[in-house]
Design a protein around this ligand. Sequence first.
Ligand SMILES: [Zn+2]
Length: 111
Amino acid sequence: MAFQLITLENSQENVTCPHCQHAVIDWNEEQYLQPCEHTLFIAMDLGFEFIADEFESTMSRSVDEIHAHDDQGLNIFQELTNSSYPEFTIYKASLGAVGGQEISRYIGFTG
Ligand SMILES: [Zn+2]
């Protein structure tokens, strides 16, 4: 697995792409998820919000398959890190506890 994990301290912070500085999460916009061409995925522990085809094709299960079995419990982080994508970076931001479970958002970039 060739990924780097970066934990963001402040979950209310905008997240900018390390390559083009585009604000992929921009809290000033109503549509606050704004993937750029370097964005591989945006996902929460509760499910996927965005996935690039080139990344989905490297995962052991497709997003549809994963969601089809989400009644058995999701492990989004494991699904993401099982990918054979050569090199990527995951930004992890905690979103707090939902129903006793700690929820995080994961934003993936190439390289
Ligand atoms: Zn970018």
